[in-house]
Design a protein around this ligand. Sequence first.
Ligand SMILES: N[C@@H]1[C@@H](O)[C@H](O)[C@@H](COP(=O)(O)O)O[C@@H]1O
Length: 244
Amino acid sequence: MRVIRTKDYRDMSRKAANVISAQVILKPNSVLGLATGTTPIGTYEQLAEWNRKGDCDFSQVTTYNLDEYRGLTHEDPQSYHYFMRQNFFDKINIDLANTFVPDGANPNADEACSEYDRMVRDAGYPDLQLLGIGRNGHIGFNEPDDHFSKGTHCVNLTESTIQANSRLFDNADDVPRQAYTMGVQTIMYARSILILASGPEKAQAVYDMCFGPVTPQCPASILQLHTSCTVIADEAALALCPEA
Ligand SMILES: N[C@@H]1[C@@H](O)[C@H](O)[C@@H](COP(=O)(O)O)O[C@@H]1O
């Protein structure tokens, strides 16, 4: 794992955008794995600005998002599909037909998940997978567990994730209890991984990810075994980690 320490969120976002734009410049038809959450919003803003200026072209890029709440349609303002359009896709020159998010509106979990797995596999898996990290070390919606998950599957969200994500809903009761998420194995198939973290509430998870044992109790810890994983995190998120 390569750890890049940044002074703040803005610096983290700019450095992350640099990594993604380098990927797209070097391979214009890249397959990107994308993430939601508040952490990557600044990165998406920076990329959108560069796209506007003509410095980063997404016209040939294909994207696969990590996860989606089960039971929300694409049009639901709380869905991750909607989030991606608002925060990124509608601001760049990507072809929307080449953007994919698990189908939360399909109540048939097995069908929705196996279909998504097939699509990601047929695309050859992401060249670059962008990740955030949950306060309990989750990636995508792969919560702490006694084993690492494989392909896309339906998960019951933990109480701590429901509480953490409730800030984006009117109240905690509105947060869906289940989600479809790419599995840890699928995430590990990406040729390179970029994981971002900002703020003191991520400090323990970041420490466990980088320095703890590799254990499904901290799903992000498996990234220690990936051959090309970069962590970009600000001072606050790296507060518990020794300086390199
Ligand atoms: N499924 C998403 C994750 O992909 C994200 O990494 C995490 C952290 O979100 P935030 O960046 O808002 O802290 O939240 C959600 O649970």
